[in-house]
Design a protein around this ligand. Structure first.
Ligand code: F6P
Length: 344
């Protein structure tokens, strides 16, 4: 089944033997920051489409590739051996051109020329905002599959890549803890998340941190220093403070500087950075991506309007894109208390 070679021509469509254009071709791209599990999502879409005899065109390099028409047919075979790979084999970008109406109109023309009226966008919050505008302006049906290590996409409890990023950061913290304990040191570890503290909070709980700094709550250096000082009074000799990156928190440096100055501890700094974005997706992310990819194709075949594929209380569901855009996603700040309670 479905084993056409990767080299098949545009005319052959690429959905695999038996594929017909009866359902009309669909496009797929990955946009914004890459996230582990994006490949698993593409694979699920392509294979579900092939099973339903729907052609799939992959657009390389995100929305930029849509505007430049960097399309290639994707067969069931062409997505072999990618479920375990991080990043995205379709590549991605943050496209300035797609922010303009003119850029979006060019993208829509390219789709139209190929007879594509439905696009799957695997991407983060910014990419989904772009997808919503694109769909409203051009009438192209868009199905958004949420993928971002930040887990900040409104209307879905989880986005693809978050679980892997948290586990990668936790692995790093476990290693840091070994040396922190051995050397009786204070470590301040900066994690990603942009304007959201979801990664920081889960990593702080799972990593047994003394304190956590998230963008949603104003930085209180007195509180952090007091907590570390108090833990030292109780006999602890090493501590880990998790700090979410970004302009809203000020990042890890001011926290380390305050601890060093006030507690005379020479706090060490580790910035985990893009390490958190790479690597093989966890089982949880592979499963989530596979379920969401399949669901996107199902929703397309059922004739649904533009939708976000979401995980809500464990169920994979669809939410109209315009409705999803009105939702917001809030950090459960009561979990910060958990960090404090558990670090006693
Ligand atoms: O949105 C994902 C993310 O990794 C954020 O956590 C981070 O702030 C940002 O992307 C980094 O973007 P870039 O890879 O463009 O530096």
């Amino acid at each position: 089944m479905n084993d056409k070679p990767e080299t098949e021509s545009l005319d052959s469509g690429g959905a695999g033997p038996g594929a017909t254009a009866a359902n009309g071709p669909i496009g797929i791209l990955t946009a914004g920051g890459d996230a582990p599990g994006m490949n698993a999502a593409i694979r699920a879409v392509v294979r579900a489409a092939a099973n339903a005899e729907v052609y799939v065109f992959g657009f390389r390099r995100g929305y930029d590739g849509l505007i430049k028409d960097l399309a290639e047919p994707l067969s069931g075979r062409s997505v072999a051996n990618i479920v375990q790979r991080g990043g995205t084999f379709l590549e991605t970008s943050r496209s300035d051109d797609f922010r303009s109406r003119e850029g979006r109109a060019r993208a829509a023309n390219n789709l139209k020329r190929r007879g594509i009226d439905t696009l799957i966008v695997v991407g983060g919050e910014g990419s989904i905002v772009g997808a919503t505008a694109f769909s409203i302006e051009t009438g192209v049906r868009v199905f958004a599959v949420p993928a971002s290590i930040d887990n900040d996409i409104p209307a879905t409890d989880f986005s693809i890549g978050f679980d892997t990023a948290v586990n990668t950061a936790l692995d790093a913290i476990d290693r840091i803890r070994d040396t922190a304990f051995a050397y009786e040191r204070v470590f301040c570890v900066e994690v990603m998340g942009r304007d959201s503290g979801f990664i920081a909070l889960e990593v702080a709980i799972g990593g047994g941190a003394e304190a956590v700094v998230v963008p949603e709550i104003p930085l209180n250096l007195d509180d952090i220093c007091n907590r570390v000082a108090e833990s030292h009074r109780r006999g602890k000799r090493s501590s880990i403070i998790v700090v979410s990156e970004g302009p809203r928190t000020g990042g890890v440096m001011p926290v380390a500087a305050a601890l060093t100055e006030r507690l005379k501890v020479n706090a060490r700094v580790v910035v985990l950075g893009h390490v958190q974005r790479g690597g093989a997706p966890t089982a949880r992310d592979r499963l989530l991506a596979s379920r969401m990819g399949i669901e996107a194709v199902k929703a397309i075949l059922e004739g649904l309007p533009s939708s976000l594929i979401a995980e809500v209380r464990g169920e994979i569901t669809r939410i109209p894109l315009v409705e999803a855009a009105t939702r917001s996603r809030k950090l459960d700040s009561s979990l910060i208390d958990l960090v404090h309670q558990l670090s006693t």
